[in-house]
Design a protein around this ligand. Structure first.
Ligand code: NAD
Length: 492
């Protein structure tokens, strides 16, 4: 990976440019606070220009209707991303502190583009339905899938390229034009994506990039612009709610991928040798900065002491440190404010009577700089405690006890406003499956498995979001159906 500082500019209407007022902001590495580069700090005028370019490209070019050309462009995107995947992975580590071995997930991002390009071949862009009688007329119908228009794609920092590409590629494949606004922490990963797109045949205005240090300028300017038809957002529940309310003006479509507090139910027949390393590893993945991670373990009373002891041992052995090191599983936290926030949550739990079985401290003994929180296990709380209800977004695992009945485990698992993921550990496939069916969440992993893949819908129930991404279900979100009827007796 290159350690050279990068200068990011805005990409609007097929051209690179500075912010209208020339402003820039610094991007700092959460590991050692070193400078990663600078990004253009867009003004409201830049946002308006980007939306205007996307609007014009949608309204005046053949992009929305030329499926073959779009497929050609998507294949170019896939190829282009493949050429810079080391840079993309390196940038995720430098900008967001994502451990290097996890930043390599970039392969699955490219696979997602390939899957979407493949879907374009077999997708029912127009489906003819057999004749039907209505109002005394016999009609044939064609159902056409049409793009929505300009998509505002707003992404978080915790998987920058995954999120940027995961929104941009299907939005473009469906025939929309895009204005991408990444998180202020990770603008440069998005600049790398724009550089790849600039080398493809994707026409000017079809993809535009706005980077901004100020959510009110970048985010609110985008959601306040009536020329945007759809918002595809991943981020916190609070911001998602704000975007939904702003999108309601003009009845604009939203897809919202929000927070989570996923439960992981250990049944009394679980194979603990497999279940415990998996459970703790998944919770601490990406330093605990993931929306779907199993951050609440539910343990039957008769196994509680043994499970807790094993969980603590795995958490304490978790390789925690320099995100560039191949063995590191838990790296730094994105920014100081996030460390303070999670320390506040754990400290308040302690004051309220919780036991901090391990961790519970900020900082790292080996590093003077950077933003750190030690892998932590909190116990002796019930499911209503703040720490058991709030998304921590850091390496903090809460262990909850239940009475051993499956229905009680399900009740506790569902006792949250979120509903993104669920996890079940059992050696009885039928029992685990019944629990999976009863969990109110958009995805469930039984045993050491993971449901996320390019062809699989991903999304949340309740406060975890609206809509789905990935899979055919996710692709359909970027489209709207139009039905055209003709008299059944004619071939018109
Ligand atoms: P965030 O909500 O603070 O920011 C997300 C994006 O929204 C950023 O680009 C930010 O600049 C932008 N934004 C902020 N205020 C805005 C406004 N008023 N208008 C428009 N845009 C605005 O979230 P974050 O801290 O970047 O990411 C962490 C959150 O993301 C967590 O809650 C996590 O659960 C969630 N997340 C969800 C998923 C999922 O798929 N469900 C995946 C990853 C992260």
């Amino acid at each position: 990976m290159s350690d050279t500082n990068k200068t990011g500019r805005l990409y609007i209407d097929g051209a690179w440019r500075e912010a209208a007022n020339g402003a820039t902001f610094e991007v700092r590495n959460p590991f050692d606070e070193s400078l990663v580069g600078t990004a253009a700090d867009a003004t409201g005028r830049d946002v308006a220009d980007a939306v205007g370019a996307a609007r014009t490209a949608f309204d005046t070019t053949t992009w929305p209707t030329d499926v073959d050309f779009r497929k050609h462009c998507l294949r170019q995107l896939e190829e282009g991303l493949g050429k810079v995947k080391a840079e993309l992975a390196g940038m995720a580590t430098r900008e967001a502190g994502i451990p290097a071995n996890q930043a390599n997930l970039i392969d699955s991002v490219i696979e997602e583009v390939a899957w979407t390009a493949g879907l374009m071949d077999r997708f029912g862009w127009e489906v003819t339905l057999p004749a039907a009688e209505m109002l005394g007329m016999s009609s044939s119908r064609v159902v056409r899938q049409e793009p929505r228009g300009v998509v505002g794609a707003i992404t978080p920092w915790n998987a920058p390229t995954g999120m940027n590409v995961g929104k941009t590629a299907p939005a473009l494949a469906a025939g929309n034009t895009v204005v991408l606004k990444p998180a202020p922490d990770t603008p440069l990963s998005a600049v790398l994506l724009a550089e790849v797109i600039a080398e493809t045949d994707i026409p000017p205005g079809v993809f535009n990039l706005i980077t901004s240090n100020d959510n009110a300028v970048g985010g609110d300017a985008l959601t306040g612009d009536p020329r945007v038809n759809m918002f595809h957002f991943t981020g916190s529940t609070a911001v998602g709610q704000r975007i939904a309310s702003r999108a309601a003006v003009g009845f604009r479509k939203v897809v919202l991928e929000l927070g989570g507090k996923s439960a992981n139910i250990i049944l009394d027949d679980a194979d603990l040798d497999t279940a415990i390393p998996y459970s703790v590893g998944m919770c601490m993945y990406n330093s605990g900065q993931g929306c779907l991670l199993p951050t609440r373990i539910l343990v039957p009373g008769n196994l509680y002491d043994e499970v807790l002891q094993r969980v603590v041992a795995v958490a304490e052995a978790m390789p925690w440190g320099d995100p560039r090191a191949e063995q590191t599983l838990v790296g730094p936290i994105i920014r100081r404010g996030q460390v303070e926030r999670m320390a506040g949550l754990v400290d308040r739990a302690r004051e309220a009577g919780a036991t901090i079985a391990t961790g519970g401290t900020s900082g790292h003994p080996d590093f003077e700089k950077g933003h750190w929180y030690r892998p932590t296990v909190v116990t002796d709380v019930d499911e209503t405690a703040e720490i058991a209800q709030t998304e921590v977004f850091g390496p903090v695992l809460t262990v909850l006890r239940y009475d051993g009945r499956d229905e009680e485990a399900v009740r506790i698992a569902n006792a949250t406003r979120y509903g993104l993921g669920g996890f079940v550990q059992s050696t009885d496939a039928g029992r685990a499956r019944e629990i999976a069916n009863a969990l109110r969440s958009g995805g469930v992993a039984i045993g050491p498995s993971f449901w996320v893949a390019p062809d699989t819908p991903f999304g949340g129930y309740g406060a975890s979001g609206i809509g789905r991404e990935r899979g055919v279900e996710g692709f359909l979100e970027f489209l709207q159906a139009k039905a055209i009827s003709t008299p059944a007796t004619t071939n018109a």
